[in-house]
Ligand binder design. Structure first.
Ligand code: SAH
Ligand code: SF4
Length: 435
C-alpha cells in the first residue's frame, strides 16, 4: 500500500483526462487519497501534452515552477506522465532535479508498482516502453462529482499525419475489447454517470472480435442508466455511412460529429497525408446533414502548414465559409520533432502562421455566433452538469455539445435532463429558460 496524499494536474486531450481518471482509480486502490490543495499533497502527478510546441512548453514551465513545491517539504514525490514524458524520457530527469519518475503513455497502468519501487530504492527513473504489457487491464476510471465520463476505446494511432507527434508518443493503434468496455460502461452507469464519451484518435477504425465502431456505439447506448453517448475523434477517411446511420437511428447517440478537416486545399491535405480530398469530406457532411438535420458539426483546422500558399489558405477559408462548422478548434502549425512535416523545406515562419490563424479565427467566430444565434427560439434537451451559484444559473450541454446556461430551478440537479428554450446566444454559449 502506498497511502499517499496526491494531487493530479492534467493537460491536453480527452485521452489524457481518461488516463488521469484511471490513475486516480489505481492510486485510490493503493490506499492513496486525492487532495485539491497541492500544499497538502505528498505526491504530485502531472499528465502532459506534447501535441503542439506551446503545450509542451507550458508543461515544462509548470515543472520548473514546481521546484519550490518539491522543496517545500521533505519526502515529496513528483511524477510526470503522458506525451511529454514519452517524448523526452530520461533527459527530463537530468534537466529537472525535482522529477522523481517519468512515465510514458502506456505505463500509467503500472504507476503503483513504479512508485513502490521508487520508494524502496530511491532511484529516479524514466520508463517509456510503449509495448502493451500483458492483457489490457479493465480499470473503472474515476470521474468524481461528474455527470459524464471519458472512456478510451482504443489507444495509439497508425495514421501518421505528417505534422503530428501522436503516433510517435502514443505508439501503434489497438482496440480494447468490447466486453471490457461494456463492463466498464455498466460500472460507470451504476455509479451515476449519465453520459459516456468514447475516446480514440480515430474511433472509426475501432475493431475488436468482429465488433466495429457503430456496433460498439449501439451496444453502449443500450446500457441501462446511460442517457447519452458521444465519441471523439472521427477521421474523415474512415467515416462511413454505417456510422452516420447508426447515429441517426439512435436518439441516445448525440447529434454531434467532430470531423477534423485540417485544410481546405487538396494539395495541402495530400502533404498532410490525410488521405481524403475536400470533395470527399463535403460528401460525408452532406450525407450526415441529410440523415440528421439537427447535427452539430465541429472541426480542427491548421493554418500555416509548410508550403501552404496564400491560395491554399484561401481554400481553407472558403471551406470554412461553405461548410459552416458550428465551431472549430483552430491551430497555427507547430513544428514537431521527428515528424515528416518537420523536414519539409518550406516552413513558413511565425508571422505568416500568426496572420493566417487570426484570419481563420475571425471567420470561424462569426460563423459560430451565427450558428448559435440560429438556435434562439429552439427548445433543446439539456443534460445538466453543474450549478454556478454566483450567477444563479445552471450549466449543461445540448445534444450537439453546445454549452447552455439557464436560471436555477429548485429540484433540478446535475444529471437531470431538462428542456430549455433558448433566448440568448453568444459565440460560445446559449442561454435560455427551462420549460
Ligand atoms: N486524432 C485526432 C486529433 C489529434 S490532435 C484527429 O486526427 O483528429 C488534435 C488536433 O491538433 C489535430 O486535429 C490537429 O488539428 C492539431 N494538431 C496536431 N498536430 C499539430 C501540429 N503539429 N501543429 C498544429 N496543430 C496540430
Ligand atoms: Fe495525429 Fe493524424 Fe493520428 Fe489524429 S489521426 S492523432 S492528427 S496522426
Amino acid at each position: 500500500m502506498l497511502n499517499l496524499i496526491y494531487y493530479i494536474e492534467t493537460y491536453g486531450c480527452q485521452m489524457n483526462l481518461y488516463d488521469s481518471a484511471a490513475v486516480r482509480t489505481l492510486l485510490n486502490q493503493a490506499g492513496c487519497r486525492e487532495t485539491e490543495d497541492p500544499e497538502q499533497a505528498q505526491l504530485m502527478v502531472i499528465n502532459s501534452c506534447a501535441v503542439r510546441g506551446h503545450a509542451e512548453e507550458r508543461v515544462l514551465g509548470r515543472i520548473g515552477e514546481l521546484k519550490s513545491w518539491k522543496k517545500g517539504k521533505p519526502g515529496r514525490l513528483m511524477v510526470l506522465m503522458g506525451c511529454v514524458g514519452q517524448e523526452n524520457g530520461e533527459s527530463l530527469l537530468e534537466r529537472y532535479s525535482q522529477l522523481d519518475l517519468v512515465l510514458g503513455t502506456e505505463q500509467y497502468r503500472q504507476i503503483v508498482a513504479h512508485l513502490e519501487s521508487l520508494l524502496k530504492t530511491g532511484k529516479r527513473t524514466a520508463i517509456t516502453g510503449l509495448e502493451k504489457a500483458g492483457p489490457d487491464l479493465s480499470i473503472i476510471p474515476r470521474f468524481e462529482k461528474q455527470v459524464g465520463a471519458f472512456l478510451a476505446v482504443m489507444r495509439g494511432c497508425d495514421n501518421f499525419c505528417s505534422y503530428c507527434i501522436v503516433p510517435y508518443v502514443r505508439g501503434r493503434e489497438y482496440s480494447r475489447t468490447s466486453s471490457d468496455l461494456l463492463g466498464e460502461i455498466k460500472s460507470l452507469a451504476e455509479r451515476g454517470i449519465k453520459e459516456i464519451t468514447l475516446v480514440g484518435q480515430n474511433v472509426n477504425s475501432y475493431l475488436s472480435c468482429g465488433t466495429d465502431f457503430p456496433g460498439l456505439l449501439a451496444q453502449a447506448a443500450d446500457v441501462p442508466g446511460i442517457v447519452r453517448i458521444r465519441f471523439i475523434t472521427s477521421h474523415p477517411k474512415d467515416c462511413g455511412i454505417k456510422l452516420l446511420e447508426t447515429m441517426a437511428g439512435n436518439q441516445k447517440i448525440c447529434r454531434h460529429l467532430h470531423l477534423p478537416l485540417q485544410s481546405g486545399s487538396d494539395r495541402v491535405l495530400a502533404m498532410m497525408n490525410r488521405k481524403y480530398t475536400l470533395g470527399q469530406y463535403r460528401e460525408i457532411v452532406s450525407t450526415a446533414r441529410k440523415l440528421m438535420p439537427d447535427l452539430v458539426l465541429t472541426s480542427d483546422l491548421i493554418a500555416g502548414f509548410p508550403g501552404e500558399s496564400e491560395d491554399d489558405f484561401q481554400r481553407t477559408l472558403d471551406a470554412i465559409q461553405n461548410i459552416r462548422f458550428d465551431s472549430a478548434f483552430t491551430y497555427k502549425y507547430s513544428i514537431r520533432p521527428g515528424t515528416k512535416a518537420a523536414q519539409m523545406p518550406d516552413q513558413l515562419g511565425d508571422e505568416v502562421g500568426q496572420d493566417r490563424l487570426a484570419r481563420m479565427i475571425s471567420l470561424q467566430q462569426k460563423i459560430s455566433l451565427e450558428s448559435n444565434l440560429a438556435d434562439i427560439g429552439k427548445t433543446l434537451a439539456v443534460l445538466v452538469e453543474k450549478a454556478v451559484p454566483k450567477r444563479g444559473q445552471m450549466m449543461g450541454r445540448s445534444p450537439g455539445n453546445k454549452p447552455v446556461a439557464f436560471d436555477c430551478v429548485s429540484g433540478v440537479s446535475p444529471g437531470d435532463t431538462v428542456k430549455v428554450r433558448v433566448n440568448k446566444a453568444t459565440q460560445s454559449t446559449l442561454t435560455g429558460s427551462m420549460l
